[in-house]
Design a protein around this ligand. Structure first.
Ligand code: NAD
Length: 271
């Protein structure tokens, strides 16, 4: 049932089929991955697992230099090269310069992981300030858009974009109204962009985590109900960041997911 030689596809399949899938293979061998917010939490565990699967990693980060340096040495321990680029994803010029610096270093981008996000819990909708709202939208929506638009010209057929969405983008969270709004937007962005880039052979998917134990969430000191975090999932606990990372490898690797695009993959403990 193979098409005859010279068959014209509506969209040419990307040249992905040279490496059969088998467990234990380096599923991202020779790939270059750009991970925003790759210095902490989920992004950091993705950076380390990508390196273990054979990728070189560029980390775009804003917070502590110390965290970034620690992540770089963890990536290098796995055998991957790692560059750190300090940039604010909500700023278009920062995104442009970050991508230029990474392309100068590695020559191209095979996987873009849009993951950096801003979140503040608020028990009262009326308390959300306009400044807070702006920062949430600019980081979580503009940031993903800017990075994708800057990176795509450097991505070849067979490349992948993975956006970190959230279960709040599906169900909404009453304490995270603005954040939920951006995460729903990220899911729609994922579906729309997958259609837009399909002719270029670039797949676009999202991972939608449930509760994950990372610095994004209130610490013991800040929240009285921290022990309840994740308790409403059927597994009755939050995920560790390392439990998210394999989903990103799956969506990044053509060996695993060459026929999957425009999907939102929930990793939510059965929620
Ligand atoms: P985290 O705080 O460990 O990581 C967030 C990262 O984003 C940090 O490295 C931070 O420096 C970076 N960042 C924030 N604003 C930035 C900006 N303007 N420019 C560049 N970098 C910036 O948190 P995490 O939980 O690992 O979050 C990673 C992703 O997972 C986010 O998209 C978040 O919305 C999503 N998520 C998290 C949870 C959870 O429970 N932790 C649940 C669902 C979705």
């Amino acid at each position: 049932h193979q098409p005859k030689p010279g068959h014209e596809w509506a969209i040419e399949p990307a040249p992905l089929y040279d490496a059969p899938y088998y467990l234990g293979s380096k599923k991202l061998d020779g790939k270059v991955a750009l991970i925003t917010g790759g210095d902490s939490g989920i992004g950091r565990s993705v950076a380390v697992l990508f390196a273990r699967e054979g990728a070189d990693v560029a980390i775009v980060y804003l917070a502590e230099d110390k965290d970034a340096k620690e992540t770089k040495s963890a990536v290098e321990k796995e055998g991957g090269r790692c560059v750190l680029v300090k940039a604010d994803v909500s700023d278009r010029d920062h995104c442009r310069n970050a991508v230029a610096q990474i392309v100068k270093e590695f020559g191209r981008i095979d996987v873009l992981v849009n993951n950096a996000a801003f979140q503040i819990h608020s028990s009262d909708f009326g308390e959300l300030t306009e400044e807070h709202f702006d920062t949430t939208l600019k980081t979580n929506l503009y940031g993903y858009f800017h990075m994708a638009q800057e990176a795509v010209p450097h991505m070849k057929p067979g490349s992948a974009i993975i956006n970190t969405g959230s279960v709040t983008g599906i169900d909404g969270s009453k304490q995270l109204v603005d954040y939920s709004m951006t995460k729903g937007g990220i899911h729609a962005f994922t579906r729309a962009l997958s259609g837009s880039l399909i002719g270029k052979g670039i797949r676009v998917n999202a991972v939608a985590p449930g509760p994950v134990w990372t610095p994004l969430n209130p610490s013991d000191k800040e929240a009285e109900d921290v022990s309840k975090f994740g308790a409403d999932t059927p597994m009755k606990r939050p995920a560790q960041p390392e439990e998210l990372a394999p989903a990103y490898v799956f969506l990044a690797s053509p060996q695993c997911s060459s026929y999957i695009t425009g999907e939102i993959l929930p990793v939510v403990g059965g929620y």
